[in-house]
Design a protein around this ligand. Structure first.
Ligand code: AQP
Length: 336
């Protein structure tokens, strides 16, 4: 076994005005801790976000705000490669090739497509949503990633990526590393505060249960204090019967570093009101400096642009090599 750093790649869509708490606790928090021991590539996947209706002005703003949030939450452009997907043209180039490697039936079995398209209806579903997993395969394979840190919901897409890489390698010769999914166990799954049976989501139809990291502290404190809970009084972790309280315990524990049983002891004999107040304080204080730093970063366009350029250059240097090898393997002749 070698000790050389593993290449990892992950991405986040600029689909909201702010990241929500689940994006941080389920993904970005782990990205920050993975950036030192690994050769980590993280991107804002703006091309993927085009699969839902978007407004140009808003997309521009949300992409920059996403980069600013990733920096404020602890990603360091000198310790990882942080970039915007559309800045590296190779993503589209390899995306098409992956589409040509994927069977129609295989793509039709992707559960995320089935879920999202059935929610939106056939008329409002674009072909890009169907081919989304092939673009995601391209994102991963371009960087010869060893690991892809994702939530459980993305496992099927990583399995497809593995199949496509294996298929390409056996037909055209060894070109891609076959990546492993790295399902983040420490990554907490966070549920909507107003409906603790659904996952918290940036584009949720109702904002009432979504903690947006950039929202005003008093707005988030109010949402936490109004979180849906059961009619009991005991602060104990029981996902089946006390989904709301369990979700709040997960949030407090992930941010304060206290264990769930320490919290159960601390709030034993106190009511839900005291507990919710404490969760609100932990959340608000944790993200207060992040919110301030994001505002400062957004005002410093020179710095943000330099981060984007550095990331795009580092990413393209790797991606362009993979594209050249892929074209060569396929028999696409080089430009003179
Ligand atoms: N509620 C959540 N709990 C834990 N992890 C979560 N993630 C998202 N929601 C939760 C993780 O965040 C990363 C980036 O997600 P994404 O932006 O690529 O898309 P998503 O998973 O679809 O996130 P959202 O917030 O729900 O966005 P929209 O509303 O646009 O669909 C992923 O690693 C994801 O697992």
């Amino acid at each position: 076994m070698t000790n050389s750093p593993k290449r990892v790649l992950s991405g986040i869509q600029p689909t909201g005005d702010s990241f929500q708490l689940g994006n941080y606790l389920g993904a970005v928090k782990n990205w920050v801790s993975m950036q030192d021991e690994n050769d980590a590539f993280y991107c804002v996947v703006d091309l993927h976000s085009l699969t839902v209706d978007s407004d140009p002005k808003l997309l521009r703003k949300r992409t920059l705000t996403s980069i600013a949030q990733l920096l404020a939450l602890g990603l360091d452009p000198n310790r990882c490669t942080l970039f915007v997907q559309s800045h590296v043209a190779a993503h589209n180039q390899l995306g098409w090739i992956m589409e040509c490697m994927t069977g129609f039936g295989e793509a039709s079995r992707m559960t995320q497509f089935k879920d999202k398209s059935s929610k939106n209806g056939a008329d409002r579903t674009v072909v890009g949503l169907f081919t989304y997993p092939m673009l995601m395969a391209a994102d991963i394979l371009l960087y010869q990633s060893d690991y892809v840190p994702v939530g459980e919901d993305q496992r099927q897409h990583v399995e497809l990526t593995r199949d496509l890489a294996g298929r390409f390698n056996s037909k055209y010769g060894m070109t891609f590393i076959v990546p492993e999914p790295y399902i983040m166990k420490e990554g907490a799954k966070i549920y909507d505060l107003a409906d603790p049976t659904s996952k918290m989501s940036k584009s949720s139809s109702s904002p009432a249960g979504v903690i947006e990291l950039l929202d005003a502290p008093e707005v988030n404190a109010k949402k936490i204090k109004s979180a849906v809970t059961d009619t009991g009084r005991e602060v104990i972790f029981d996902e089946k019967n006390k989904a709301g309280i369990s979700n709040l315990l997960t949030i407090h524990s992930a941010l304060s570093g206290k264990t769930i049983s320490e919290l159960e002891n601390e709030f034993s004999g106190k009511g839900y009101g005291d507990f919710k107040g404490a969760v609100a304080e932990v959340v608000v204080e944790y993200f207060r400096p992040v919110r301030d730093t994001v505002q400062e970063l957004l005002a410093d366009t020179t710095y943000l642009n330099s981060v984007l350029k550095l990331g795009a250059d580092k990413a393209a240097a790797v991606a362009d090599k993979t594209i050249a090898a892929t074209y060569e393997a396929l028999g696409l002749i080089a430009r003179g």
